[in-house]
Design a protein around this ligand. Structure first.
Ligand code: FES
Ligand SMILES: [Fe+2]
Length: 337
């Protein structure tokens, strides 16, 4: 019998630090659509459990990623978001960096024979794209392809490249990121938490499998369901779902032991004006299902934090994804020391 993860893993602030240093820094993190950094000068500035990163296509056309941290006294260089820039200028003391990360100018610094600007470029991190999605890794243990594992074959029949990015939405809630993950990788809670969703699938045929960094959930949709009956979660913290006319992805970003942010991106095959209302409706219905999980996650978190819960048994029929995620998590956190 598999037992749920010990509640201390969800609430202990020292565990959160170990996750950031040992897990999230060592894995590829989804940063949304690669189309946002298609042209020279375009950037995406993001947060990974508090670590600030900057992806930037240089004027030379090369895609690079850096820590979004000034080499002088550590200020944030570029505010979170996306856009276009010609030079990275630190707002604190006006040091400026070229789009390849080289320190170009340190105004009013004064004379110091030991100070050589060439020795103070921005700190590089790894960046890759895969099928229109952008990923970065602070110090990856494996290649992006290795981390994607079974996802590559599983999504081979999905025409992701035909989808264009339409919208990004951020949602935050007060629960640990692993409580939300446990919840995402099982369909067991659908009858209790999502009655409308439950009515629109054949729940008796809901299936969950987990292997090689992928949890796959399927159910035959009934008429009227906007989802296509395939939902995916990928190690360590991103999701992809198919709906009629497109896909969505999300990254589950821990903000602290008891606070989590979801960054949802919606992609559609048809971005025409005529379809604008249909797209808005699909996004609203998606997000309605997502929000329905927040209350139960919050109260579960509170029970874990209160000391009033001992790990219970996981369902072999419905919680294979939970068991897989938690075992992978235990292994990675144990490795992180
Ligand atoms: S911290 Fe960036 S210029 Fe001082
Ligand atoms: Fe749910």
């Amino acid at each position: 019998m598999e037992l749920n993860l010990d509640p201390g893993y969800y609430t202990d602030p020292t565990v959160f630090v170990r996750e950031r240093e040992g897990l999230l820094s060592h894995t590829w993190q989804l940063l949304g659509p690669a189309s946002r950094v298609a042209d020279p000068g375009q950037y995406v500035s993001e947060d990974i459990a508090g670590i600030k990163v900057l992806v930037l296509r240089g004027r030379d056309g090369v895609l690079r990623a850096f820590r979004n941290v000034c080499r002088h006294r550590g200020a944030q260089l570029v505010e979170r978001g996306c856009g276009s820039l010609r030079l990275i200028r630190c707002p604190y003391h006006n040091w400026s960096y070229d789009t390849d990360g080289a320190l170009k100018h340190a105004p009013w610094f004064g004379e110091d024979p030991d100070f050589d600007p060439a020795e103070w470029p921005l700190e590089s991190i790894a960046v890759e794209t895969w099928r229109g999605l952008l990923f970065v890794a602070i110090s990856p243990d494996v290649s992006l392809e290795q981390q994607l594992g079974d996802t590559i074959d599983e999504l081979a029949d999905v025409s992701m490249e035909d989808c264009q990015h339409a919208e990004q939405t951020r949602l935050t809630f007060d629960a640990n990121w692993k409580i939300y993950t446990d919840n995402f990788v099982e369909g067991y809670h659908i009858p209790g938490i999502h009655p409308k969703f439950y009515a629109s699938i054949d729940f008796e045929q809901f299936q969950t499998s987990a292997a090689n960094n992928l949890v796959r959930m399927t159910a035959p949709p009934r008429e009227g369901l906007f989802y296509q009956g395939r939902w995916y979660w990928m190690w360590p913290n991103w999701t992809l779902s198919l709906f009629n006319g497109g896909i969505n992805t999300s990254r589950i970003n821990p903000l602290g032991p008891g606070r989590t942010e979801l960054i949802y991106d919606f992609y559609f095959r048809d971005l025409s004006e005529a379809q604008a209302d249909a797209r808005a409706d699909t996004i609203a219905r998606n997000l309605e299902v997502v929000r329905e999980d927040f209350g139960i996650c919050l109260e579960t978190h509170n029970n874990y934090a209160s000391g009033g819960y001992q790990p219970g048994p996981l369902s072999p029929r419905h919680e294979a994804g939970v068991a897989w995620f938690q075992q992978r998590y235990r292994d990675s956190i144990a490795d992180a020391g």
